[in-house]
Ligand binder design. Structure first.
Ligand code: DGJ
Length: 328
């Protein structure tokens, strides 16, 4: 090999080493949302965080979601991002247990994880829908786990039915006064209920109320201009159906149905997806992102996500499909 060839080879080897060491991204940076498309993390791996929820802290967003195999539930993954477009895999926030006596023994189903921060105890608190191993969707319980660090690992505390009510699809909401709530599908999903959490956010209080009995699931909530908006889906398993929005002046109701907030083609089937979370964009009073899962029941890990902006017309929120958008 002559001098020039040898130098060229050394340059290539050096560049490869440098890229590896600097942790440079392997996926091209794309500063926009492309709803329904395959979404890669900064390492070029497909993001595996379904039924997700987000937490914002000191300039960083954390996305918690179900880690899925083809069918299996494999715990809760967490990703981080500064700009919402590019996500770094932070690891498995909550693992399933190897102890077959544990409520979260391998084989259980963990769905729709949501994490909130408790300023008093300085703990991150995760709630999720838990189904016990080998029991299908019969157990209908809420699971709670905590961590000192936002990315975990989270320590499983307990699972239960809030005030003996079945608890399947769920979300958490922290109001401006710091009080937190668990909103959940109950009574075989016929009822949607709310329960206030204890001050440390790890337990349900007895302040528990039926919101409406309209056979709804997949609750996603936000507050804007002193009104609360709750978007839900119907109950058709993994298959898409029509979303609906309810509006209230108080979390405990009365909740008034206000039709389907989705517009245009595909609105009657939620564009093929199901709500999971509504993200208030930090520092923007009126920017909310509607987050949904486009389930692939034959290969759950391959389910897609779509994030769409919530817009307002005559004071009412609505959502329209976009092939590509930026939140600015
Ligand atoms: C619909 C729920 O919203 C999902 O989270 C999941 O529980 C599926 N049903 C299971 O069929």
């Amino acid at each position: 090999m002559n001098y020039y060839k040898r130098s060229f080879c050394m340059l290539i080897v050096f560049s490869i080493l440098l890229t590896g060491c600097s942790g440079q991204t392997k996926a091209p940076y794309k500063p926009s949302f492309t709803p329904g498309a395959v979404w890669l993390d900064a390492n070029g791996e497909v993001i595996n965080a379904h039924g997700g929820g987000l937490l914002y802290e000191k300039g960083t967003y954390y996305w918690f979601g179900e880690k899925r195999g083809k069918r299996a539930s494999e715990g809760v993954n967490v990703y981080s991002s500064k700009d919402l477009y590019q996500w770094k895999m932070e690891g498995l926030a909550l693992a399933q247990s190897q102890d077959s006596a544990s409520d979260i023994a391998v084989g259980c189903i963990m769905e729709r994880p949501k994490v909130i921060y408790n300023a008093r105890t300085k703990k991150y608190v995760m709630w999720f829908h838990l189904e016990l191993s080998g029991q299908g969707y019969k157990a209908a319980r809420a699971g709670v786990a905590i961590s000192d660090k936002v990315t975990g690992p989270y320590r499983f505390l307990k699972s239960f039915r809030p005030n003996d009510n079945m608890s399947r699809d769920m979300t958490l909401f922290v109001d401006e006064d710091g009080k937190a709530y668990h909103i959940y599908s109950s009574r075989e999903n016929y009822d949607l209920r709310i329960v206030q959490l204890s001050d440390d956010y790890t337990a349900a209080t007895t302040k528990d109320k039926l919101l409406f009995s309209e056979h709804r699931e997949a609750p996603a909530i936000f507050k804007y201009n002193k009104k609360y908006y709750l978007i839900t889906s119907g109950c058709t398993g993994w298959a898409p159906n029509k979303a609906g929005i309810h509006v209230a002046d108080s979390l405990f109701g009365e909740w008034v149905s206000a039709g389907n907030p989705l517009q245009g083609n595909g609105a009657d089937s939620t564009y093929g997806g199901q709500p999971t979370y509504i993200l208030p964009v930090a520092g923007k009073r009126s920017s909310f992102i509607f987050i949904a899962d486009k389930w692939n029941p034959k290969d759950l890990k391959d389910s897609r996500y779509f994030w769409l902006p919530i817009e307002f017309r005559d004071g009412m929120p609505f959502i329209d499909w976009r092939n590509e958008w930026t939140w600015n």
